[in-house]
Write a protein that binds this ligand. Structure first.
Ligand SMILES: C[S@@+](CC[C@H](N)C(=O)[O-])C[C@H]1O[C@@H](n2cnc3c(N)ncnc32)[C@H](O)[C@@H]1O
Ligand SMILES: Nc1nc2[nH]cc(C(=O)O)c2c(=O)[nH]1
Ligand code: SF4
Ligand SMILES: [Mg+2]
Length: 255
């Protein structure tokens, strides 16, 4: 179901429902839990518009069906062998109902990961906050806009880093900081963002909590970005994370 083009506030059809773009079983492709069998719940709607977004139909042109928490849980539980759930999007933390979903998943014994851009903090049963703060190189300038002519550039730029939300997330949850890397020009910004974050929290942020992930929604694009990203990880002492799902299944939906 298409929603309005500026779907930053996807209004709930009935109270308690979440806009779900897709729900599928796969292997966690990214980060410290890469390789773990996982059910993915992908909400629709985003407060940002990265030009490279690999989930175009949750951000630039959001589509979804409305599901309540019980319906989502039943679908998750149909994958009987699975102990891990990822809630992603779009930006899942936009939705108040995500708190109830996470609390119910946790009460039912699941390990929960939230994939978030780090601009919104919520208090919920999150075992791993997988935070991917967005760098200047993600901004949809007119030259990079996949849809229009840069209409989202200013809003994206204003919203993409919220230090208060980032500090609250790293203080409350186990976390990883996963940066999408397009080239070595991203490194000074990663360094200064980490410096600011370390100053704004007492929580220790080790270099091994920081992951560099190559930009690329397809095998073809990853071929161009992964080696340089791996070398930057070694040079700066951060982790490298693959995009295992892209290596395995390219850009197929539901993977
Ligand atoms: C689609 S986002 C949804 C969660 C949240 N909105 C965020 O950006 O973290 C899921 C993950 O994919 C990453 N991602 C999106 N497009 C990408 C691309 N073209 N290459 C590499 N990573 C990408 C994001 O940075 C994030 O870590
Ligand atoms: N297999 C697989 N692993 C993932 N890890 C994070 C993903 C996401 O889109 O948030 C993702 C995804 O879309 N697929
Ligand atoms: S913040 Fe995440 S979902 Fe939103 S546009 Fe960027 S990558 Fe896509
Ligand atoms: Mg993905």
């Amino acid at each position: 179901m298409p929603v309005n083009a500026d779907a930053t506030d996807v209004a709930s059809e009935s109270e308690g429902d979440l806009p779900i773009n897709e729900l599928f079983y796969s292997l966690q492709g990214e980060g410290v839990l890469a390789g773990v069998p996982t059910v993915f719940i992908r909400t629709s709607g985003c407060n940002l518009r990265c030009w490279f977004c690999d989930s175009y139909h949750t951000s630039w042109e959001p589509t979804h069906a409305w599901m309540d928490v019980d319906e989502i849980l039943a679908e998750v539980e149909s994958h009987e062998q699975c102990e891990h759930v990822v809630v992603t999007g779009g930006e899942p933390m936009m939705h108040t109902e995500v708190v109830e979903l996470l609390n119910q998943l946790s009460a039912n014994g699941y390990h929960t990961t939230v994939e978030t851009n780090g601009t919104i903090h919520r208090d919920a049963a999150i075992d791993l906050a997988s935070i991917s703060p967005k760098l200047a190189s993600s901004t949809p300038t007119p030259a990079k806009d996949p849809k229009g002519e840069g209409e989202w550039e200013d809003k994206h730029e204003e919203r993409r880093v919220d230090m208060d939300a980032l500090s609250s997330l790293v203080e409350q949850y186990e976390f990883q900081l996963k940066f999408v890397v397009t080239g070595d020009q991203d490194m000074p910004e990663i360094e200064s963002l980490l410096q600011r974050l370390r100053q704004s929290t007492t929580r220790r942020i080790g270099n091994d909590d920081v992951l560099l992930m190559p930009e690329g929604a397809t095998r073809e694009r990853l071929e161009e970005t992964r080696e340089a990203t791996a070398e930057l990880a070694m040079e700066y002492g951060y982790r490298y994370t693959p995009r295992l799902h892209v290596d395995l299944w390219n850009d197929a939906p539901g993977t």
